[in-house]
Design a binder for this molecule. Structure first.
Ligand SMILES: [Zn+2]
Length: 110
């Protein structure tokens, strides 16, 4: 399932160290190394899926897991009340830099 050239698969497999803010059997959460905001988290499914374009019907639970986890991470990072943005970049023209599907959570502005 893992793609050997994929940096997120390497993080998931522990080949590249990262501080996980959350991990379960389906997803991980860690901080973006090039944050766009005071809080910038990446929510990454453990299954290697290139982008939103590559989702299959059987992947619906993966997407709902990401959204529900984003909600709880926003609470954990105390940006739920002040507000935050959730977004997927899709392919190069959409700003995607790592081709393993991930959800961005940004917030924490004054
Ligand atoms: Zn991957």
């Amino acid at each position: 399932m893992a793609n050997e050239d994929c940096i997120f698969c390497k993080i998931i497999n522990g080949e590249i160290p990262a501080d996980f803010l959350f991990e379960d059997d389906r997803q991980i959460v860690f901080k973006d190394i090039n944050p766009l905001a005071p809080i910038h988290l990446l929510l990454v499914p453990k299954k290697h899926i290139r982008s939103i374009n590559d989702l299959e019907n059987s992947d619906q639970a993966i997407i709902s897991d990401l959204i529900m986890r984003a909600k709880s991470m926003a609470e954990k990072m105390s940006v739920d009340k002040s507000g935050y943005r959730l977004f997927f970049n899709v392919e190069k023209g959409g700003g995607q830099e790592v081709f393993h599907l991930h959800l961005h959570l940004i917030g924490g502005w004054d």
